[in-house]
Design a protein around this ligand. Structure first.
Ligand code: ADP
Length: 713
């Protein structure tokens, strides 16, 4: 089927032709035949890289041409950026929404395509954003993640709410291969497109003792080093291919990249250039190690790295200069970096409470699916490494020949649905018990489960909690949100977190930074750090010296939850007291990317607790507000007036303050020249433009929070 024959705008067809895309892949043609352009709902369950995004994009342009609006929901922020870039520059207006959760973002409605995470769409629904009712096409990327324990229920509820709101809307759901596609398609009233077709041939095998065993042949691998995993890489690289190596932890990823760099010993001006740009901004040992590896053609890639470093690694790999990337499996979902050979070295992963467990088949497929670059590699190879001969067959059975798991709803878990039920009530989706039941009956859970009573009981218990905590009022069949309940829903807080904060604040005997932070770190909305053996010393010391500043009770016996909350709070407190990034990373055993993620999460909670304090403990509201700003910039209180300037972050602000520039007035009266001696003339000139009102207003927030945290100053 030719693209030129499809009902899409000639400009889009021309964009595709420029990239050499003229004919549809077979599963794409199947989508057209099953009613892609006739408004039919479709569930497209085909392997990674077989052209799902392109199908969705054609449908979106078709809708836009008829005055429609498209919402494209992605599971990860990183993917939102990738899709935003993909869809931009093709003659339609594209918007992206991943940020703050208590805004309506009406301006987004001016776009034809809005790319957003499911959490963001949920918050837009809670804040009654008008343009959502204009959405004529909903695209669900990676819809199988409905079964993710922590985030799947949000996606499921968002789909259910949007369908309830816009019953005529077309849905295109994109999925990896799953065990029960019929069930998901049935729920979505969708035609099912299922296929194993791939643009590049994929050969899946198991390596053991110098040989890769494929289903139909064996391939010997030359032993060049003491390490079999490295031999597998060198084997592909000697044939001009590249490798992705999936390992179980960040530490392993770093260790492997070091070994690969030592084994490869590549050198080129391009690699030196990449290494230099990483080294020039490196603050921590991890980053310096990355630069050293990249200089020799290897890299590691994980969530502990800064965005910019990850971008450099990805670019170096795409351009072919970097030959090997070792990465953690969680990145397989977001990392669109195909390679000739994918090595799945570690297929066991640590799960808290369960120890080491095998990764699911679907995750294996996602990693294996990264093998083979279309148009560049003659084939792709994915290789599992067996630790003993008897494991060869086992790995074939458990992964290569195993069926993918079924997708299961997470909606019967009351901890997860509590927040969603409150939002249904607060936004008027359900104001009576019957309406609530009717709504829950439209979920995937109800459509696919054989035991509806479980869902009923979970809803019943959630209502009991919401009633007791006074977030809702029940009068007969009627359910009303209270002012408190409406606020919690708008703030996008887990009601359990809200209740913990709201009941603690009024009992506090005087404000303390660590008291607030540790309280927030005990809520289910805050991810906390692992506690290592050698953390015990400083945690105990802190409790002995400052225990009375804490707002929650100190347990008598060792309590992992408490220790984790305290460790995380201490990290955040160090950040707000200007401890250097490198020191923080070393003290707490984390990467700079983790610090950023934690600061971002807690900032949201501080913001929410300021609003709750307004209702329950007004005397604390001002101190909490100050902490919100301090945490955002990572500064002590005395720097607050100076960071209002654009381009001034924690490091530059501190330099200014220590040189006597303690306020905007002090900067103004010193003049640009004096300031230039400290910060450089370029920045000094920019600052004076702001002070004189020529540039962006002072006090406006920088567009990119990460810049505030790490790049300025
Ligand atoms: P998926 O969403 O399934 O992972 P994409 O839609 O991102 O896959 O497609 C993977 C790659 O294949 C992209 O680079 C895309 O431009 C290209 N591609 C998609 N459809 C075609 C086609 N019909 N012919 C040639 N290349 C295609």
């Amino acid at each position: 089927m030719q693209i030129a024959d499809l009902p899409i705008a000639p400009a889009l067809a021309a964009c595709y032709a420029e990239k050499g895309i003229r004919a549809l892949y077979p599963p794409q043609a199947d989508c057209v035949e099953k009613g892609l352009f006739e408004g039919n709902n479709l569930l497209i369950a085909i392997p990674t890289a077989s052209g799902k995004t392109l199908v969705a994009e054609m449908a979106m342009h078709h809708h836009i041409g008829r005055g429609g609006k498209c919402l494209y929901i992605v599971p990860l922020r990183a993917l939102a950026n990738e899709k935003y870039d993909d869809f931009s520059g093709k003659g339609v207006r594209v918007g992206i929404a991943t940020g703050d959760f208590d805004r309506r973002d009406d301006y987004l409605g001016r776009n034809d395509i809005i790319v957003a995470t499911s959490e963001k769409v949920d918050s837009l629904l809670r804040n009654k954003t008008n343009w959502l009712s204009e959405v004529s096409l909903l695209v669900l990327d990676e819809v199988h993640l409905i079964d993710s324990p922590d985030r799947g229920a949000t996606l499921e509820m968002v789909i259910t709410k949007l369908r309830h709101k816009n019953p005529a809307m077309q849905i295109i759901a994109l999925s990896a291969t799953i065990g029960n596609p019929e069930s998901l398609a049935g729920w979505l009233d969708a035609e099912l497109i299922e296929s194993e077709w791939r643009p590049v041939d994929l050969r899946e095998g198991v390596y053991y003792h110098g040989c890769i065993h494929f289903p139909d042949n064996d391939r010997p691998v030359e032993r060049r080093t003491k390490h079999e995993d490295l031999d597998l890489c060198l084997d592909t690289i000697s044939e001009n291919g590249q490798c992705l190596v999936f390992v179980s932890s960040r530490k392993n990823a770093e260790a492997f990249a070091k070994r690969a760099a030592a084994g490869l010993k590549l050198e080129s001006p391009v690699l030196t250039g990449y290494a230099e740009s990483i080294r020039s901004k490196a603050d921590t040992d991890t980053e310096k190690t990355l630069a050293a590896c990249v200089a020799h053609g290897a890299a590691f890639h994980h969530a502990g790295l800064k965005k910019e470093e990850r971008r450099i690694v990805e670019q170096g790999f795409r351009e072919g200069a970097i030959k090997v990337i070792s990465s953690t499996p969680t990145l397989a979902a977001g990392l669109n970096l195909p390679a000739r050979r994918v090595i799945i070295r570690d297929y066991l992963r640590f799960n808290s409470g369960e120890g080491m467990v095998p990764i699911p088949v679907r995750e294996y497929r996602q990693m294996a699916g990264r093998a083979g670059r279309p148009h560049l590699d003659p084939y792709g190879e994915s290789v599992l490494i067996a630790k003993g001969e008897e494991m060869i067959d086992e790995l074939f059975d458990c992964y290569i020949e195993a069926p993918a798991e079924d997708v299961r709803s997470q909606c019967a878990n009351e901890a997860v649905i509590c927040s969603h039920i409150l939002s249904l009530i607060a936004t008027g989706f359900a104001r009576e018990h019957d309406e609530l039941t009717a709504f829950m009956e439209k979920t995937f859970y109800a459509a696919s489960s054989e035991s509806p009573a479980i869902l009923k009981r979970a809803v019943h218990r959630v209502l009991e909690f919401l009633r007791e905590s006074e977030m809702i009022l029940e009068v007969g069949e009627w359910i009303e949100p209270t002012e408190y309940g409406s606020l919690v829903s708008r703030l996008y807080l887990n009601p359990w977190s809200a209740e913990r904060i709201a009941t603690t604040l009024p009992r506090v005997d005087g404000y303390s930074d660590i008291g607030l932070l540790q309280l927030l770190c005990t809520t289910p909305d805050m991810p906390t750090l692992y506690v290592r053996k050698n953390d015990a010393y400083y945690l105990d010391k802190f409790i002995a010296e400052h225990g009375e500043e804490l707002w929650t009770e100190i347990p008598w016996h060792a309590d992992e939850g408490f220790e984790r909350s305290l460790k995380t709070a201490l990290l955040l407190n160090d950040w707000a007291n200007e401890l250097g990034e490198e020191m923080i990373c070393e003290r707490y055993g984390v990467g700079p990317g983790d610090v950023y993620a934690m600061v971002e999460s807690v900032n949201w909670l501080i913001h929410a607790s300021r609003q709750l304090a307004g209702m329950f403990a007004p005397e604390l509201a001002k101190s909490i507000e100050e902490m919100e700003l301090r945490m955002k910039h990572g500064i002590r209180p005395e720097l607050l007036p100076i960071v209002r300037l654009r381009g001034i972050g924690r490091v530059r602000a501190r330099r200014l303050f220590n040189n006597g520039f303690t306020s905007l007035d002090a900067i103004r009266s010193a003049g640009p020249e004096k300031l230039g001696r400290i910060l450089g003339q370029g920045i000094a000139a920019q600052i004076f433009e702001q002070l004189e009102g020529k540039r962006d207003a002072i006090g406006e927030e920088p567009a990119d929070q990460q810049s505030t945290l790490f790049h300025f100053g």
